[in-house]
Structure formats: structure tokens, C-alpha cells
Design a protein around this ligand. Sequence first.
Ligand SMILES: Nc1ncnc2c1ncn2[C@@H]1O[C@H](COP(=O)(O)OP(=O)(O)OP(=O)(O)O)[C@@H](O)[C@H]1O
Length: 871
Amino acid sequence: MTNSIEETLSSSIETSETVLRADGVGKQYGPVTALSETSLIVRAGEVRALVGENGSGKSTFVGIISGTVVPNSGSVSIGGRSLTKHLPVESQTAGVLTVFQDGSLLATLTVAQNLYIGTPAAQRPRFGDIARWAASKLEEYDLDLDPMLRVSALAPGDRQILEIVRAVMAKPRLLLLDESTSALDASGVDRVLELMRVAAARGSAVLFVTHRLSEVFRVADTVSILRDGRYVGTHLAADVSPKQIVELMAGTRVDMEFPPRHDPDPDAATVLEARDLQGDRFGPIDLTLRAGEIVGLAGADGNGQAQLLRGLAALAVSGGTVTVSGNQLRNYRQATQSGVVFLSGDRKDESLFQALSIRENMTAGVLRRLSTAGVLGFGRENRFVDRQITDFGVRLGTPSSPPSSLSGGNQQKIAISKALATDPKVFLIDEPTQGVDVRSRMDIYRFLRACADAGNTVVLVSSDASELAGISDRILVMSRGRVIEEMPGLGSDEESIVGAFAVESRVVDGDGQDPGDVLTAERPLADDAATSPDPRERNERTRRSFVGWIRDEETIRLVVLTLLILAIGGLTAAQNPTFLSELSLKNVLLIATPLAAVAAAQYCVLLVGGIDVSVGATMSLSVVVMSYLVQTGGVFPNILVAILAAIVLGVVVGGINAWLVERMRLSAVIATIATLGIVSGVALTLRPTPGGNIDYTLIAAITKTVGIVPIALLVLAVLIIAGDFVLRRTGVGLRVRAVGINGAFAHRLGIRATVIRSFAYVLCAVLAAIAGVLLAAQVGIGDPSVGEIYTLLAIAAPVIGGASLLGGRGTLVGALLGAILLALLMTLATVLRISQGTNLILIGAVTLVAMLTYVIPFTRARNHRKANRQA
Ligand SMILES: Nc1ncnc2c1ncn2[C@@H]1O[C@H](COP(=O)(O)OP(=O)(O)OP(=O)(O)O)[C@@H](O)[C@H]1O
């Protein structure tokens, strides 16, 4: 075998254009060398596999090429164009599209919006045409998905394929796939390999990372190997065997035998018994698990295997019983007390505590064992952690780092070691070797077998049928949420397992039975709903078209909020008819004007996932500045000068906030609390006590009304509606919302998330300073603390209007209505002659009612949808 890539490849891919050239690239994370001196060339039309053990630097290499990781050394060029900025947008412009290990689909956006946002700008349709465009693309790639469906409603396998289709359909120069088949079953893998072939046939260079070596031999022309962050070599796939590749990856001989199985013992003690068990997408199911056995759950993706596994841990169960050693389980707490441990396939959100260190994650389940009289023994803890790291072959920098510093496979090893350390009686594990290299996979199989041999039971779900065949004593094949066949593990193989659920599909296709009875491998449960003639399905469609008619949930919120304002107004008028007088209503709207401006300001940062608690102080400072600049008899008693000064003030304060949050990486709350202090201090220094009369021309201009509505509020309303139009009906708006939904994913998609967030902070401060101008006209004097009460009101108003502190949600109009509602409530003390205290209680209570009004119906609607899907 040769290590010279050029000589090896020139014979096969011959004279094709060089697409990717990486020369000596390296990356260091503190003491960890993730990648060193790696040089690769990939040509047009070539499918290259990149393999290596966990932590060998594959994702780092993919990250460098796609612009998400900045290398410490070396150079990269795409199609002859050097990458110098190392940003996703630069790589994408050069023609690189990447499907990342943990994805980059935005769950709360629709399929169509996700397709749009991940497609290079030059190939995107007009924003108004995205539904039709997406439908035609989905049809072209034979993907049976509703373009208007939210991605969160898709099965994991469908998400993975959607993401790959999105990249392939853009015909990139270089297609990068980082473990893109890890959650796919056999038919899903077939599709992805086919998509790679299509991309290569069209002239793309394809580089894919995988731990499934069978894929290398099915699709790759060439294979490059990394070991411990170093480039080992590149070979023609036809010239090497799986065993050779494994040994090149490990640098040593590797035993690839599954651990030996014993004959099943029918007299072994029952450990877990499930009767009529049912829940989301599965059941009713009867199951008996015995001591010493490993049971595999097989089936096409989305047929209830993962849900049944959760059900056995008493999670999300809607009926039936689970009994462990005679104790009936009512919840997961009881399950864990009875020795049941469930390890989810979602290691990022459910298996590891991301905020804790690797060490804390490893010891979380065994603290009692490592403690004396409730005090953790450091020596014992260190010895335990060191042993686990060695036993599970974890490659890491230091155990005090967070799990995010580990490669994907090493995170999985930590998750498994953490679960096994608790000596589970029943170990329920979803995708145990997802993202794990071949050698470590064998180690994990041995650990699972040892767990069973100790008299416990292991149940695993895996999309890899050969894994189930190799490790399981019994295999339960599931279809449409039921167990349709049981087969012994011994003697089974990938073909016989996949054949068991594929037969179901042939039966349906062949004799035309009701497709609702049996789920096909091609049409899993989640998609099945789209074509089923079930009456509940019709209800769901009617509901969807109703929601479509009134646009969406955000619109429902606006309607509810308007009704709430009218109801409170009506009740107040019934108590005190003078409330409906022109003067009284005008008063409410005047109070609402600066509040609406600062609420819109706050919404700008909330939308992109930030928060600015300095807005009230900025308003105060703006009022103080106005009291000098546009005071009676002053030099510039002019509204334009006032606005200009507010813009300058806002740019300075917002610029500082943006710098602290985006550049210095301070938490938004902490950073803006600091600016709140500084800005308040400046206001107090300029005007230690209230003083300086604001010029009447400014007051008159700002408090002028048309009927009962202040002109300033009308102008604001027009700007707010225009803002919402841009945010919800244009591609620019979608990209801004994407930053709030998931900033990291938006960055991967080539969206300049940092620039957008920085701009949001500046815009927020500018609007807050303008709100200060509006307030100055109302208070008429330079009061240095007049803005204080707006600090919290500015957050409450947009949140009442549907914004989320987590970003990406709500509308500007919602913030406006929230401000009007709060202004209305603030006037009640005078109108209803109630005490300030009672008024505050009322404001709090109505705010809560407003929020609950949204939450309850939507939670019900969600449950209703879920129930329909389960049916
Ligand atoms: N952000 C980070 N901070 C610190 N160390 C990191 C970081 N990202 C990766 N590493 C380290 O760099 C090394 C290479 O990681 P990388 O993710 O490239 O490996 P990989 O080959 O893709 O592994 P896997 O197959 O498990 O996904 C690992 O040891 C990992 O712990």
C-alpha cells in the first residue's frame, strides 16, 4: 500500500479538476492537538471517505474546510481559491456545503424555510415562492414531506435526509458529510449513499466522515485515514480490506469479534415485565425481560422502538404496567430506584449535563459510593475517573473541561460509562454506538455483555441491524408501534433482520391491503399521517388549514391580546364611565407611546436571543441630554436635533453592549447590568437633581394627536408593522429570526450571526434613546431617574406579546400591544381609585393571565396533535 495520495489517485480520478487542497493544516485546543500537518487533495467527481478513531481529528478537519474552525497552521483552497477568513460564509461562497454531525436544521422553522435558508443565495427563489419551490425540490428528490411542516415534527431520520438533500440539490463544488448516516436505518443509508453518487456524478467532490466501514466500500473511490490527529494515508477503497483500515486507524491489531453469547436460559429470573404497555407511537405491548439477556429492538426508523424503550423506563407511558422485581413503576424516579437506567440517543440534551465538567458527569450517578459521611473523597473520585477514562478509552484534554470539548464519539463513551457505573439492573440504551469508532464499539459490546452476564438485562435500540445481530440474544422486530416478530440473535444477520420489517412493506404493496394496517419501511409512522384517511387526520388537516387561514400561532396571540385589552377597557368603563372620555383614552395612549418604543427596542434583542437591561437607564440619560440640548431658550430646540442626539447616544451605548456581549463574550444580562450602572451614573452626574425645562416646541410636536392617537404612536405603529413585514415576509427577516432560534446553526449556514446580534444591540439602544425623547416631552424636565420603571416594563411588554427570552419568537406588533396593555393597567389606579399596591398586584395578575392564555391552548393543541400522530 502507498501513502502517496497523488500517485494513488491519478490512476482513478485521473485528470479531474482539484476541488479541495489542504496543505499542512493543524489545530490546537490548549494542550490537545486535534489535528496536525494534514494535507489532502480531493478532485471533482471523487467520493472520498475520511475515517479515524474517535478524537482523531475528522470533525476538526471538516470544521476547518467548512469555516467553523479556525486552523492554527496550514492553508486550504477550494477550486483554486484560498480560504483566508475562515468563516462559513467564505467556504460557502467558494462552493462548500456541509452536513454537520449534529445538524443545522432549525426545528421551529418549516421544511420549506429550512431548505431556503440553507441554499446558497444565488439559487434561492423569491421569498414569496418558497412553498412551491420547496415542494418541487422535495418531489425531485423523492422526499415525501409536507413543505409547510415544522422540522420539529419530523422523525430524526427524515431530518438527516432532508439536510443531505438540501446540500446535494445546491450542486456544491465540495459536499462535506460528517457522520450523516449515524441515525439512519438501512433504507436511509441506501438513500444517502445514492445521493452521494448523484452528487459525484454531477461533478461535485464528496468528502464524507463515517464509522460504518461498510459504507466506505459501497460508495467511496478513495479513503483517507487519520490517527491521533495525524494524517496516516490515502488509499483506493478497492485496494484495502475493512480489517486493514481498522488497523491503520488504530495503529495496532484489533480484535473485531463480538463477545460470546450463551444459550438463552428460559428459567432465568424475570427482571422486568411489561403488560399492555402503550404510549406515544407504540403499544399495547407485552414483554418479559429475563436476567442475563440482551434484547435488541429492530425496525425501520420511526416505528416506535425508541418510544418503547422510554416506556420500559416508565417515561411517556399512557397505559399498561411495567413491573421490575415485583414493584410496579409509576414514574422514572421509581424506575431508577428499582435499578432501571435509561440512556437516550440524544446525548447533547438528555444524556450529559452540558454545564458540568466531564469529571462531574462521570461521577454524578455514584456520588454516594465515592463519599464518606456525605463528603466526596477527592482521591477516590480521581481514581474512579481515571479508571473510567482508561477502561472506556476516552480521548480528552482534561476531565475538568466541559463535555462540549470532547469529540462526538468520546461524549458517547462518557455517557455510557456514567450509566454503567451505577450497576443498572435493567439498562435501556438507545443507539449505544452512535458515532463510536470500530475498536471502541467492540469495547462497548463487551461492557454490555458483562452487564448482562452479571445477572442484569440490557435492551438496546439500534438503527444498525448488523450490530443487533452481533450482540443481541433476542431480537424484537417492531412495525407501527407493535412487535411483529421475535427472532433469536444467534444465527440472525443484517439481511434477515431488515428482511423481517421489509416483508411487511411487500405484503402491503403486493395485495393492496389497507395501508393504515401495516407500516412500510419507506413510509414510517411519522409520515404515514400525511396520507392516512383517518377521520382524526381530517380534523388535523382542518385545524391546520384554519391555523393557515389566520396565519399562525403568533397571529392567534395578537388576537387574544387585542381581546384582552378590549375586555379590560370594557370592564373599567363599566366601573367608571369617564374612562371612555377622549382625555382618558388619550392619556392611556400617551403613556403607551414611550413604553411601545422601548418595548420594540427590547424586542430587537430578544428576537436574536439577547437581552438588554440597560434600556431604562438609556431612556433616563436621553431625557437628561434633552434637558440640556432642547431646553427652553436653549441652542437647538428642534425635534430633528433631539432625534439625532438620541441616535448618537444609542449608537454609543448599543455599541458598548454589542462589544461586551459579542466580542468579550460576557453574558448579556451581566454586560447590560454593567452598562445600566454606568449610564445611570452619567445621567446622575449630568443632573444630580431634576432640572432644565424641555422646550415647548418639542413637547407640542411629540404630544400632538390625531383624534385620540398621538402622532408619535402612529409613526411608531407604521414602523412596527413595516418591521414585522420584513421579519416575517422576507429572506432577510428569516435569517434574522434564524439567529435567534439557534445562533450556532445560523452561523454554520453562513449567516453573519455576530453582525446581526451586534446590530440588534445598537438598534435597541437607539430606539431606547428615542423612547427617552418621547418621555422627555411628557415629563418636561431633565429627571435623571425617570426611565427606571421602564427597565422591567420593556421586557414584560414584548414577552406578553409573544417574545421568548430564548430568542426567535414573537412579533413587534405583539410588543406594541403588550405596551398598550401595560399602559392601560398603569392608569387603573387613577381611573378606579385603587391604591398603588392593588394596582401593582393587578398588573402582575393580568400579565400572568395573558401569558397563561397563550400557554394553555397551545399546550392543548400540541397534545392534540401528538395524540393524532400516536393514533
Ligand atoms: N472545542 C474544543 N475544545 C477542546 N478540545 C476539542 C474541541 N473540539 C475538539 N477537541 C478535541 O480535539 C480532538 C479531535 O476532535 P474531533 O471532534 O475532530 O474528533 P473526531 O475524529 O471527529 O472524533 P469523533 O469520531 O468522536 O467525532 C479530540 O480530542 C477533542 O477532544
